[in-house]
Design a protein around this ligand. Structure first.
Ligand code: GLN
Length: 478
C-alpha cells in the first residue's frame, strides 16, 4: 500500500474501492511491527482498531460515516482514553487506567477516527529528545542513531514512519513543534485554550495545549476544527467561534511578515538551518509579501522564564502522585512520610525530580518574589511585545529549533544544553499564541528542517492557510 499523506487521498481511494479502513489499519499495524525498534508505541490497540475499522467500513457503505472515517490516529501517553492505560511514560502511574476519555479525543472518535495505540514520550512531557521516557528513548526514523525531538517523540515518529496518519501530542513549550521539525512532519500548537485540556495530564497548566501531528496542513485543519471549542469540563476552554479551518485553506493574499533578527543571530543556530529558513524568507519576499526584520530584545530571557514558571506549575501539579490514591506505591515503606518519599523517589525519573525540586525552590517563601513573581512579570513583557509585533505583522517566522535532530546521548549529560533546544518554541507558549512547524527542507545529512510560524491568538485559519501556501511552493522532500 502506498503511504498516504492526507485523509482526502484515503477517502478518494475508499470511494473508488481501492482500499478499506480494515486494510488501512492492517497496513499501519504491519508498519508498527516492522519498525518496533523505533520504540514509538507503548501499546498497540490491535484488536480494537481492527474491530473499529470493520464498523467504520460498514458506516461508509451505509453513508453514515463521520468526517474522520479512514483517519487512523495514535495518541501520546498523556491523553486519557477510557479503559486504557495512561502513564505519561512514567513508572509512578504504573497500572493506572483512564476513567474517562479526554474531550479532544472523544470528539475525534465521535467522527469515526480509529485509535491505533498509545505513544511513547518524555516522562510527564518534560524533555526535548524523548530520552526521559521510563520506557527508553524513541528513535528518529530518518536516522535511528538520532533523537526524534520531544516530548511528543513517539507521536512524531509514528507519523513520520507511516505507523498512523496523524497523532495527538501535547505542547507546553514546543513538544509538538520541535519533534515535528526533527521528523519532517507538520506540527500544530493551537492558541492556548483553543482545545479543551480535560483529560490531558497536567504539566504546566497555564501553558499546556493539545497539539497534533499530520503529513498535510489540510489534515491538521480538519482535526483542529473537530477538537476545538468550549467544553463544560474545562472552564478555561475558549468560547470563541471555531471556523471551518479546512475550508479556508486557499489564500492569495499578500501578507506582512516579520522575522526576528535576534533569532537568526543567536549563537547556537546551525548554519544550514539558518540558511534554509532565510531561503524561505527570500522566497516569500520574491513572491510579493512584505518581509521585514524586527527586533525582539527578550530572547535571552525566554528559556529561563519558561523554566521557572513551568517547573513551579509542575511541582504543584505533580503533587498528586503520592502513592496513596493510584499508580505506583513503593513496597519499601515504614510510615506515611516514607510512603510519600519512597514512592516519589522510585516512581519519578531524574528529570522529573529535578524539575519538581526546581519548581519547589522558586515557589519557596524566601525566593518566591525573586524568581516566580519576577518570571511572571517577564512573561507579561514577552506576551505584550509578541502581541504588539503581531498587530503589525500577520506572521512571525523563525526556525522551529536551532539544530536538526541531534544524536541520542549528545545532550543528556547537560540539562542546560537540552533546555536551549527550546529557545525558539517557548515564545509562542509564553505568549499563548498559535504556532506551527512545517517541513521546508533537509540538511546535508538528510535531516529535516522545520520553519515555525506564529500568528495572533485565534487566527489559526490564517496560520494554516499560509502554511499550506508555503508547502505548495516547496515540495516536502525538497
Ligand atoms: N522541551 C520543553 C520542556 O522540556 C517542552 C516540553 C513540552 O512542550 N511538553 O519543558
Amino acid at each position: 500500500m502506498r503511504p498516504y499523506s492526507s485523509l482526502r487521498d484515503i477517502r478518494t481511494d475508499i470511494a473508488n474501492g481501492q482500499v478499506t479502513c480494515k486494510q488501512l489499519v492492517e497496513h499501519y499495524l504491519h508498519n508498527i511491527k516492522e519498525k518496533a525498534e523505533l520504540n514509538a508505541f507503548l501499546e498497540v490497540f490491535e484488536e480494537e482498531a481492527l474491530a473499529q475499522a470493520t464498523i467504520v467500513d460498514q458506516k461508509l457503505a451505509n453513508g453514515t460515516a463521520g468526517k474522520l472515517a479512514g483517519m487512523v490516529i495514535g495518541v501520546k501517553d498523556v491523553i486519557a482514553y477510557k479503559g486504557h492505560a495512561l502513564q505519561a511514560s512514567s513508572q509512578i502511574l504504573n497500572g493506572f487506567k483512564s476513567l474517562y476519555t479526554a474531550t479532544a479525543l472523544e470528539r475525534l472518535i465521535a467522527e469515526d477516527a480509529i485509535i491505533i495505540g498509545r505513544q511513547n514520550c518524555d516522562e510527564f512531557a518534560m524533555g526535548a529528545s524523548n530520552e526521559n521516557s521510563s520506557f527508553g528513548p524513541v528513535k528518529n526514523a530518518d536516522d535511528p542513531t538520532r533523537v526524534p525531538g520531544g516530548s511528543s517523540g513517539g507521536s512524531a515518529v509514528s507519523v513520520q514512519a507511516d505507523m498512523c496518519l496523524a497523532a495527538l501530542g501535547s505542547d507546553t513549550g514546543g513538544s509538538v513543534r520541535q519533534p515535528a521539525s526533527f521528523c519532517g512532519v507538520v506540527g500544530l500548537k493551537p492558541t492556548y485554550s483553543r482545545i479543551s485540556r480535560y483529560g490531558l495530564i497536567a504539566y504546566a497548566s497555564s501553558f499546556d495545549q493539545i497539539g497534533l501531528f499530520t503529513k498535510s496542513v489540510e489534515d491538521a485543519a480538519l482535526l483542529l476544527e473537530i477538537m476545538a471549542g468550549p467544553d463544560e469540563y474545562d472552564s478555561t476552554a475558549s468560547h470563541q467561534p471555531v471556523p471551518s479551518y479546512s475550508s479556508l485553506l486557499k489564500t492569495d493574499k499578500k501578507y506582512k511578515i516579520g522575522y526576528i533578527r535576534d533569532c537568526f543571530e543567536s549563537e547556537g543556530l546551525d548554519t544550514e538551518v539558518k540558511d534554509s529558513i532565510l531561503g524561505v524568507k527570500d522566497m516569500l519576499q520574491a513572491d510579493g509579501h512584505q518581509v521585514e526584520a524586527v527586533e525582539f530584545p527578550y530572547l535571552d530571557y525566554m528559556v529561563p522564564t519558561y523554566y521557572i514558571l513551568t517547573t513551579a506549575e509542575a511541582s504543584s501539579n505533580l503533587g498528586r502522585y503520592d502513592g496513596v490514591k493510584y499508580g505506583y506505591r513503593s513496597p519499601n515503606i515504614s510510615d506515611l512520610t516514607s510512603l510519600y518519599k519512597q514512592t516519589r523517589s522510585e516512581g519519578f525519573g531524574k528529570e522529573v525530580q529535578r524539575r519538581i525540586m526546581l519548581g519547589t525552590f522558586v515557589l519557596s517563601a524566601d525566593y518566591y518574589d525573586a524568581y516566580y513573581t519576577k518570571a511572571q512579570k517577564v512573561r507579561r513583557l514577552i506576551k505584550e511585545k509578541t502581541d504588539e509585533l503581531l498587530q503589525k505583522f500577520d506572521f512571525l517566522i523563525l526556525p522551529t529549533a536551532p539544530t536538526t535532530a541531534f544524536k541520542i546521548g549528545e545532550n543528556t549529560a547537560n540539562p542546560l544544553a537540552m533546555y536551549l533546544a527550546d529557545i525558539f518554541t517557548v515564545q509562542a507558549s509564553l505568549a499563548g499564541v498559535p504556532a506551527i512547524s512545517i517541513p521546508v527542507s533537509r540538511d546535508t545529512n538528510g535531516l529535516s528542517i522545520g520553519l515555525q510560524l506564529m500568528t495572533r491568538s485565534f487566527d489559526e485559519a490564517a496560520l494554516l492557510a499560509f502554511s499550506n501556501y508555503i508547502l505548495d511552493k516547496i515540495p516536502v522532500e525538497a
